[in-house]
Design a protein around this ligand. Structure first.
Ligand code: ADP
Ligand code: GN1
Ligand code: MG
Length: 365
């Protein structure tokens, strides 16, 4: 029998569990869909506590953020359960359960939404932009310093660069020699690393509450009604820059190929997809963005892609200890796609930024 089947019964669910199976394609947690004898569905997760070392604070962050969004939606008369990730508490009213040394949590399953792995049509990416942009707009005003920094320096690209340098030097998996050419491409772009950090330090870019992992499959969209639904995967919600959220979405979703595509001729930056996401996102946050943020919006796509590429390459050099892999050179393939995307975007950066400015020209005319 499925060893996990009974554990969700420790949560305030409607009925008793009858099915529990693996669900979704996240790289970090173990996610299951649970069904009960009363026909209710839940998302049940084993939290990766090697990545998230302080689960208690991580869950407190989620409670603070979801209750803030819920109150904001209510005050705007726009409350709708499908716009928000709703935690299901344990029978002891806790937000998570510790069982046999593992950490578990449960959410209401949001019906009628899809989490895409790949964009089939630009409107889908526009909806994802709306979902992530709305998340930002609803959290505007939330005091970022109330949140615990779940993974310190998560989007500190200078630290990520230094981690890559250490991985090259340590060469734990004896792979450094075989990927020298790719490594050089990352190291030669060092100037990118502190561009956003410097602006934050200078006060030109505000620290907000940001999602920090705005991958396409972390937003739910309803493809039938063409609505943007909830933003999922709130583990990395922390103080950060809105640029990280915009850039990370473009990194993943505006790629003509998959994040781990082996055939690099299929990988590339798609301007039409970029514009679709930017339209959904900027329309939500246009009025809250500062000049400093607007100016670096297009560049953030390069920065986040470059940073994620360095993370994949670092993990490859370290022997695949962080991201889930399903083949030998999985992280190396991922690092290669990210570099291909960086090179493509570098050629299009002016056009990308012009599109961002066009939202402001329209509204002032
Ligand atoms: P990971 O951190 O491993 O990426 P996620 O929290 O993103 O885990 O969940 C993995 C997948 O499970 C999502 O991409 C989505 O497909 C699905 N999922 C998660 N929460 C819900 C929910 N409340 N309703 C519907 N689907 C969900
Ligand atoms: C991880 O958990 P998932 O699959 O949404 C990672 C992100 C990376 C992404 C790359 C906590 O996201 O930072 O951008 O993989 N999450 C964490 O696919 O490290
Ligand atoms: Mg996820």
């Amino acid at each position: 029998m499925n060893a996990l089947l009974k554990i969700p019964n420790n949560f305030q669910i409607n009925g008793k569990t009858v099915e529990c199976f693996r669900y979704g394609n996240g790289h970090i947690n173990d996610t299951y869909l649970v069904k009960t004898d009363k026909g209710s569905k839940y998302i049940f997760q084993r939290i990766n506590h090697l990545v998230f070392k302080n689960v208690d604070m991580l869950m407190k962050n989620q409670e603070l953020v979801t209750s803030y969004i819920s109150r904001k939606l209510q005050s705007q008369g726009a409350y709708n359960r499908r716009l928000l990730l709703n935690l299901v508490y344990t029978l002891d009213n806790e937000s998570y359960l510790i069982h046999d040394g593992n950490y578990y949590r449960c959410y209401e399953f949001i019906e009628g939404g899809q989490c895409l792995e790949k964009i089939e049509h630009p409107y889908q990416f526009e909806l994802a932009g709306t979902a992530f942009g709305r998340f930002q707009r609803l959290l505007d005003g939330f005091e970022a310093d109330k949140l615990y920094e779940v993974i310190p320096d998560f989007h500190n690209t200078v630290s990520r660069y230094n981690q890559l340098l250490s991985a090259i030097n340590d060469d734990k998996a004896k792979r450094a020699q075989s990927c020298r050419e790719l490594t050089e491409k990352f190291l030669s772009r060092k100037d990118y690393c502190d561009k956003v950090i410097k602006e934050i330090d200078a006060g030109n870019i505000p620290v907000r509450v940001t999602h920090n992992d705005t991958k396409l499959n972390n937003a739910l969209i309803d493809m039938e009604s063409k609505e943007a639904l909830a933003v999922l995967d709130l583990d990395t919600v922390m103080p950060g820059s809105i640029l990280y959220d915009f850039g990370d979405s473009i990194r993943y979703g505006a790629n003509t190929g998959a994040e781990d595509e082996k055939d690099l001729t299929k990988v590339g930056f798609d301007m039409e997809l970029y514009k679709a996401f930017a339209k959904g996102f900027i329309n939500q946050v246009k009025d809250i963005l500062t000049q400093g943020e607007i100016r670096l919006m297009a560049f953030s796509s390069i920065l986040m892609t470059y940073e994620c590429g360095m993370r994949f390459l670092t993990d490859h050099l370290n022997g695949d200890v962080y991201f889930k892999i399903s083949r030998e050179e999985h992280n190396l393939d991922r690092a290669k796609t990210q570099m291909k995307m960086v090179e493509d975007m570098e050629k299009s950066i002016d056009q990308m930024q012009e599109y961002i400015w066009s939202f402001y020209e329209k509204s002032s005319s």
